[in-house]
Write a protein of this length. Structure first.
Length: 84
């Protein structure tokens, strides 16, 4: 049986006038609420990517009432226990 474990951290960076990144803080429990359309776009894609990394995929043919994501199916999808 396969097991996957993951933890999501939130990294806050600041870019200076020369575009050098400065790490401000690391959050152990980042906020996933979306306050704007761009916030929703970024965070929803982050969640999809995170679930893809741990091997969970959306079942084909299932309707959630939302627009389908533009994530390409992973070639190993059929190996996932959630594929059926």
């Amino acid at each position: 049986m396969k097991s996957n474990f993951f933890e999501l951290f939130g990294y806050d960076f600041l870019l200076d006038s020369d575009l050098n990144p400065w790490l401000l803080e690391v959050n152990l429990a980042p906020s996933l609420t979306a306050d704007s359309p761009i916030d929703f776009h970024v965070k929803s894609n982050l969640i999809v990517d995170m679930l893809n990394l741990v091997g969970l995929r959306r079942l084909p043919g299932k309707r959630t009432g939302r627009k389908p994501s533009k994530v390409k199916p992973h070639p190993n999808d059929k190996e996932s226990p959630f594929y059926n």
